[in-house]
Design a protein around this ligand. Structure first.
Ligand code: C5P
Length: 309
């Protein structure tokens, strides 16, 4: 273990909500053409990495059993994507602390993948051009490139083409996470072409201003209806959030998380008191790009923790 008791790098990647998600059409590759507004909130997954012997990749996840730590895990897939890119196999021991809901439409797995690309690029002193990192991110998942930026951003294409926008004020967000995992492919499969007719240009006119403005009466999520019809727990949670009087509420991404936007974090906290039932409830704040952009920082580790998972 001795050689691995060394300083680690740590990166914190914040979750996102989709303030708006419009399905514009179906593409020949089976994906859907989107226009979406991503917004970071201060709920983070944390990834730590230590150098390890060539060819070795270990991943520990806390809490355990929450997500797979096998080859399909997006952190390990990101690491292998870097291996293929550079034609070498530097090693790493990784530890992931998960706070972002799993299967919740808040981009947890995508955030971890983006964090892994940034952290390992530094841990292995690769210094890859940012265009290469963006390409690898887009290959790992449609949402992954957003997490390289954070803040407020417009996503187009599959969602992987990201146009960063100015910061919104730190509005409060009430998150309600029903105890169900919603399958994103299933939601898109159930979506009938008639459902994508939003096309309200007031949304896009406001967000490019400085500072950006959101017309809360114009934004929405084309997936909301399908998700609420297929997963009644989500519909119930959304009903609960709506009753608490938010400026705006919908599902995030393809669910299962529903959220309400409030003038302040205090207003969101007051609304949280009235939410009943078995759902996980979090009160968070929208964060701007400076706070949201993930950066791998050196952490001087004297703890023996790195050997303990
Ligand atoms: O890109 P990602 O792996 O996150 O997408 C998961 C699934 O969601 C895709 O396989 C596809 O079924 C669906 N999807 C879609 N259109 C998008 C993004 C995702 O149909 N723009």
């Amino acid at each position: 273990m001795g050689a691995e008791m060394t300083d680690s790098l740590v990166i914190r990647v914040p979750a996102k909500i989709n303030l708006h998600l419009e399905v514009v059409g179906r593409r020949p590759d089976g994906f859907h053409e989107l226009r979406t507004l991503f917004q970071s909130v201060d709920l983070y997954d944390t990834l730590r990495g230590w150098p390890a012997n060539e060819g070795r990749l270990d991943l520990g996840i806390e809490p355990g059993n929450l997500v797979s730590d096998g080859a399909d895990n997006l952190v390990l897939r990101a690491a292998r994507a870097l291996w293929r890119e550079i034609g070498r196999r530097p090693g790493a021991r990784l530890k992931l602390e998960k706070r972002i809901p799993v299967g919740g439409g808040m981009g947890g797995g995508s955030a971890d993948a983006a964090g892994a690309l940034i952290l390992l690029d530094r841990l292995w002193s690769l210094d890859l051009p940012s265009s290469d990192i963006r390409r690898l991110a887009a290959d790992l998942g449609s949402d992954v490139p957003f997490f390289l930026h954070g803040g407020l951003a417009l996503g187009v294409g599959r969602g992987e083409e990201v146009i960063p926008l100015g910061d919104l004020p730190p509005l409060g967000v009430l998150l309600v996470v029903p105890p169900v995992e919603v399958s994103t492919p299933e939601v898109f499969e159930r979506l009938l072409p008639g459902a994508w007719k939003r096309m309200d240009d007031r949304v896009y006119a406001g967000v490019v201003n400085s500072p950006p403005a959101i017309d809360w009466s114009a934004v929405g999520n084309d997936l909301e209806r399908v998700v609420c019809e297929g997963w009644p727990e989500v519909a119930e949670a959304l009903e609960g959030v709506r009753r608490s009087g938010p400026l705006f509420s919908t599902v995030s991404g393809s669910g299962a998380t529903v959220f309400g936007v409030f003038e302040s974090i205090e207003a969101a906290a007051r609304a949280a008191v009235g939410v009943e039932g078995p759902d996980r409830v979090e009160v968070v704040e929208m964060i701007g790009r400076t706070r949201a952009r993930p950066e791998a920082v050196l952490e001087v580790e004297n703890r023996r923790e790195c050997g303990n998972y």
